[in-house]
Each structure stands twice: as C-alpha cells, then as structure tokens.
Write a protein that binds this ligand. Sequence first.
Ligand code: ZN
Length: 158
Amino acid sequence: MALRNITLEGDSVLRKKCREVTEVTDRIRILIDDMVETMRNADGVGLAAPQVGVLRRVVVVETEELYEMVNPVITKMEGEQYFEEACLSVPGKAGRVRRPEKVTCECLDRYGNKQVYEVEGLTAVAFCHECDHLDGTLFIDKADGIRSTENDVYEEEE
Ligand code: ZN
C-alpha cells in the first residue's frame, strides 16, 4: 500500500465527472488499498478517487466500519439531518449541509460483488459527501455557510 497525494480545491480534477469502473481489477484493488491508507493517514472518514487524482467511481468511507465502494449509487434517501462537514481537499473550511438521515447505497465491493448498504447518521453524511465527489461536487457548493476552522464565525455565502 502507498500513500497518495490528496488533490486540493482549485485542482480541476475535483470538478470532473468520474467514469464507471467496468471491471474490478487488481489495479482497482490497489487504488482502494491506497485510498484507505491515505484516508487513515489524514484522519478522514471518507475519500473519493478524484481526491487522489483518479477519475473513477471509487469511494472509501470509514466510520464504525470500513466501506469500500465501486460505482456507488444512492438508491433511497430518508429523513434529513444538518451536519457540519469538512473535506480533506478543502482544508481549513467547514460548513453545514442538509443531507438525508438514512441512505441506501448499491455498489460493487473489491471483489466485484454487488452490495447494498443501508446506513444512517454520520455514515450517511459521508456516503453522500463522497458520492458527490464522483460528480465533481464539493460540500462548499451545498453548505449554507462556510467558516474557517480557525474560528467559529460563519460568513454568509454570496
Ligand atoms: Zn470531500
């Protein structure tokens, strides 16, 4: 496994739509392993492939357990929660985003087998946040206000 560089806001790779993975190969498994290591090293709860410069639909999330998802699609959303998010690609900023309380996500696992995950709370937030990355969307696009993590004052977005 290897640490990969995390792309930062302003890099166009974060604004592109990622391509589906047609076959879960060893190359994809290496990408997943590297993403997990990079996420843990940065103390993150999730990471999407474009955050390591790869335009493929691959996401990892680690809350109570580790989720490795290829071609994730959120198929069901329920309820609402309002949670302050941050992103390893947008250092120094945080902002509250409205997200569903519960989501159902269909994907392939690292062996290419179909999986269906039903998650809630922080894990649901992370699934939505990471899946947004695959379509070039960042949490700062959706947040009601953004604050610097250096202080607690919210600035209103234009
Ligand atoms: Zn992010």
